[in-house]
Design a protein around this ligand. Sequence first.
Ligand SMILES: Nc1nc2c(ncn2[C@@H]2O[C@H](COP(=O)(O)OP(=O)(O)OP(=O)(O)O)[C@@H](O)[C@H]2O)c(=O)[nH]1
Length: 416
Amino acid sequence: MLRRCAAGLRLAHFLPPAILLISWPAAWLTTRHHELAGILAVLPWLLLLLGAALCCVFQRWQQLLLMAWMMVLETGLMRDVQSMDQPFFPGPAVIADFILATTLWPAICSVFALWSDGRRLLPEVAARALVLGIAILGLKYLHDHPDLALIRQLGQTWWPALHAGWMRLPQLSYPICVGGMILLGLGYLLEPRPRHAVPWLLLPFTLAILPHVFIEPQLLPIFCSLALLSQMAALVQESLELAFRDELTGLPSRRALNERLRQLSRQYCLAIVDIDHFKQCNDRHGHDVGDQVLRMVASRLRQGSRGRTYRQGGEEFVIVLDRQAPEAARVWLEAIREDIADYPMQLRDMASRPAGKHRNLRRPGSSASGRRSLTVTVSIGLAAGHRQSDVAEVLKQADKALYKAKALGRNRVVQA
Ligand SMILES: Nc1nc2c(ncn2[C@@H]2O[C@H](COP(=O)(O)OP(=O)(O)OP(=O)(O)O)[C@@H](O)[C@H]2O)c(=O)[nH]1
């Protein structure tokens, strides 16, 4: 389980938002030029419009509401900061806004990011909009009628021993932020998607930036703009992954393979890997077990990879070995074939479990561990090429070699 989670963890999900968020000092320096400073007032709104358009195109309502939530906070705090006569003497309304913003921000940010999309669109959007509406109305009410007792409660230092000097926000913000990061981290490990990675990075960055906004108000629109851009980057990245990544195995899909094949030029090898008797496996053990087998083979191919593995479709994978001689490729493919054949795959005993919503319960009499093991073999066809123009022909040769491997009894590598 842990290994599967670690395999799902991808630097590419964290890199774009990390670069964007880290670049805030550079963006802040540019606002020192008066001509550019004016742009800041409208930039977050323009980005929100662009983000909203992208969310509508990709039908990502929860990201849209998350962006709206960022904008609400930015607008509210900016209004507060601009309404103050002196930066160091905020009134009770401003203090109420700030304390609520710093505690509610990480909480709502985590809830929205983890609230997975359901099938019924309208109730889903309505429920999220309701949560957001209640938060906004609560903020507005407390801004208009600051409740000093509540402000004191939320803003007090509950655990003085744990309050370090660098903590400039109300103490409650920190455990909420850490809790949100833990939940988002778990959410990411269970379902590695950029939309979990972005808020995970946003939370600590926001907490680091917020204490400085009363002295440097421009930080608010800058940070909000960068946060909106990170959300948009995640949106585009997720859509690209949908198009270029196979959801079941996590491997790049056939579309990505076609792109890669167009870039091959010098010496290369193409190997087609096909699971043996996969139809029988599906018929005997069920489609769920078939999917488990596909994921296991994909993970063995990826882990032992000297090249890049793609899921071509069904139970077929293609490995692109760029700049590799066929002799070396063959040795490595033999090793991977043996590795798969020797792998004792543990199956959850689906057959001994009740169907429907009780499928996670064990039937009386089934084994305590509820596990069986299964061995899987693959056949591999290998072909080598030297020119881009040969790619289609090399792929055809690899396919022929694969059929030969099947005809010779399967569980073997045949070179064209
Ligand atoms: N579980 C599962 N099965 C799939 C998936 N995609 C394709 N299949 C099944 O894969 C099987 C492919 O079987 P065949 O192409 O007949 O070949 P085979 O049984 O593997 O036999 P040989 O290739 O001759 O060893 C079909 O039964 C498909 O339904 C998938 O994503 N999940």
